[in-house]
Every structure is written in structure tokens, then in C-alpha cells.
Design a protein around this ligand. Structure first.
Ligand SMILES: [Zn+2]
Length: 324
């Protein structure tokens, strides 16, 4: 199977082949009654694929909840532990080790740090936690997809997933770039905690890049579980306006998914610490509140959630009253 992403320029050319204008179509797409238009353009594609089989594993842990009523429900933490491994070098240095220091050794390290805190928190959280260091994210979210599709916990009993994929290395920020914003009532918990930190929450700064659909929270959305996923803010404390965005754009251009994603002494991890505190506080609120997290009405994943909740209820009832 082939799938891929189209750049805007390529889309312009493809649409042009059909005698249409991308800008016009995009303007029309601003209106709610816009419907997709068949282009009538056909293409053929020839790919040479080399297949390598490798084994990997998801590494799981459980922190049991304390509430007899709620401890069968879970909040899940995910951070992928894989990166690209060995791949062709990008430059004359010949460095062919794709370390993935930020993406996502940093996320694994941050989550481990948060867990050290989580296990000693009193009073104990009401719901349980499943901690999942998942594999093969870079190969198409394979580890989290496997975990979600073969979930050891009924999908209707998973309140929320909190995913960490990369951390802020620029220092403290005034803002939180909440990729998952606008989808579920978990937003309200993030806003509440961020406000206490003196920070504002803004929706995905690059919605055209589809980040919500590109990391492990998406595997759980597909079984109906709402998630929290954030990226580094861009308004860095003590830096001139525009500096943070410039740094992050440069990182995406020069370092992301390249051998250059290596540990760097110049990182300032104060912002990552604050993000970790925020995510842990949000997780605790989600674990302790009486209701499980919910998608906002009409969200694309709300119907899947409804089904999962109904199925769980049915199973609970049949267990409570076994048939003769
Ligand atoms: Zn990643």
C-alpha cells in the first residue's frame, strides 16, 4: 500500500492538471457546504521496497488506583522509545546514527521523571495509571496501534491518554501549544493547570501539519479515547518576540529526523520541567474527577467513544447477572 503527504506546491500542480485553481478551491472550502470535487486525474506509481523485519516491544507498567469504584478505569501515559536507528548519513561527516535525543529519548526521560513523582503522591489517585513506553512510532505508530487494538484494558474504561513526544528545550514559555485543543473536555483541565502556572493555552500553532494525527494519542483516539498532546510553546520567557518560533522552525528544518538530533549542552530544560508538572497535574485531575474525559459533541471520535462505553456497560451488566 502506498500513502503519503502532498506539499502545497505539489497539490497546486495536481489540481492544475484538472484545470482547476487550488486557491479557488481553498477559498470555496471555507464554506460549510463545500463538497470534495473529483479531479479526474490519474497517476501511476512505481516503488521499490526493501522489507526488513525487526522485533520490538512496548514496555508497560501499572500504578494502581485507590478508589474501589474507579480503580478499574485508567489514565494512560505514552512516550515512544524508538527512533530511526541506523540510516544513510545526511552529510560528509558520515554520521549514520539517528539518535532521536529530543524525539523521543527526551519524552521518555521526562515521563520517567514524572513517574517518580506519581508513585509517591498522597492521597493516592483514584483511577489507575497504565504507563506505556511504546515502540515503532516512527514506523507508523505501530507500537501504540498494537497496544490500542489489543488493549489489556477495555477501551470504554480508559479515561484519557497523555502522550509525550519531544520536549521543550528552549526554556520557560508564556504559552502552551496544545495540539489536542478543541477536541475534548481535557482542554479545561489543561487550561486550569496552565493558568495556575501563569501560562496561556493556545490551539495547535501549525494545524496544517496534522500533528494530532501523527503521534501515539491518535492510536487511542481511534478506539475512542480522548487525549492530551502538547508541543513546546513559542513565547519564551526573557527572549525577544519571534525568537522561539525561529528556533523551533530551525530545529524542524535542520535537526528533526536527522542524525543531528543529539544531546546538546545548550538545552534549557526549565520549560520541559514546567510542561511535565502541567501534564502530571492534568493526569491527576483526570484520574480523580468523578467522570471520565469526554470528546466535545460532534467530534470525529465521539461516536467510537459512545460505542466503547456502551459495550463496557453491557459487559459489566452481563458479569453482574450471569446467564443460567
Ligand atoms: Zn516522535
Amino acid at each position: 500500500m502506498f500513502n503519503g503527504w502532498l506539499t502545497e506546491n505539489a497539490a497546486r500542480r495536481v489540481v492544475g492538471l484538472a484545470g482547476l485553481e487550488l486557491d479557488e478551491l481553498m477559498a470555496q472550502a471555507e464554506s460549510r457546504d463545500f463538497r470534495p470535487i473529483p479531479l479526474g486525474v490519474r497517476t501511476s506509481l512505481r516503488l521499490t521496497a526493501q522489507i526488513r523485519h525487526q522485533e520490538t516491544a512496548n514496555v508497560l507498567g501499572i500504578v494502581p488506583g485507590s478508589d474501589p469504584e474507579l480503580k478499574d478505569e485508567f489514565v494512560i501515559f505514552t512516550a515512544h522509545h524508538d527512533h530511526l536507528g541506523l540510516a544513510p548519513a545526511r552529510d560528509a561527516s558520515g554520521d549514520n546514527v539517528y539518535n532521536g535525543a529530543i524525539d523521543n529519548a527526551s519524552g521518555v526521560a521526562l515521563l520517567l521523571t514524572m513517574l517518580r513523582e506519581l508513585v509517591s503522591i498522597q492521597p493516592r489517585p483514584r483511577r489507575s495509571f497504565l504507563i506505556a513506553f511504546v515502540g515503532a512510532e516512527e514506523q507508523g505508530l505501530l507500537g501504540s496501534k498494537y497496544l490500542a487494538q489489543h488493549s489489556p484494558i477495555h477501551p470504554g474504561a480508559i479515561s484519557a491518554v497523555i502522550n509525550i513526544d519531544g520536549i521543550n528545550f528552549l526554556g520557560r514559555t508564556h504559552d502552551v501549544n496544545l495540539i489536542s485543543m478543541g477536541k475534548s473536555d481535557l482542554d479545561e483541565l489543561v487550561v486550569q493547570v496552565a493558568r495556575a502556572q501563569g501560562r496561556t493555552v493556545v490551539p495547535d500553532l501549525d494545524p496544517d501539519r496534522g500533528y494530532y494525527y501523527r503521534s501515539d494519542q491518535f492510536s487511542f483516539a481511534q478506539i475512542g479515547v480522548p487525549g492530551v498532546y502538547l508541543h513546546s510553546g513559542i513565547h519564551v520567557v526573557g527572549k525577544p518576540e519571534g525568537w522561539g518560533k525561529q528556533q523551533l522552525d530551525r530545529w524542524v528544518q535542520e535537526i528533526y529526523h536527522q542524525p543531528a538530533d543529539e544531546y546538546d549542552d545548550s538545552w534549557n530544560l526549565d520549560g520541559a520541567l514546567e510542561d511535565g508538572q502541567l501534564l502530571l497535574a492534568v493526569a491527576l485531575l483526570a484520574a480523580n474527577q468523578s467522570q471520565m474525559a469526554q470528546w466535545y459533541a460532534g467530534d470525529e471520535f465521539a461516536a467510537t467513544r459512545e460505542k466503547a462505553l456502551a459495550d463496557r456497560e453491557k459487559k459489566q451488566q452481563s458479569m453482574a447477572s450471569p446467564s443460567p
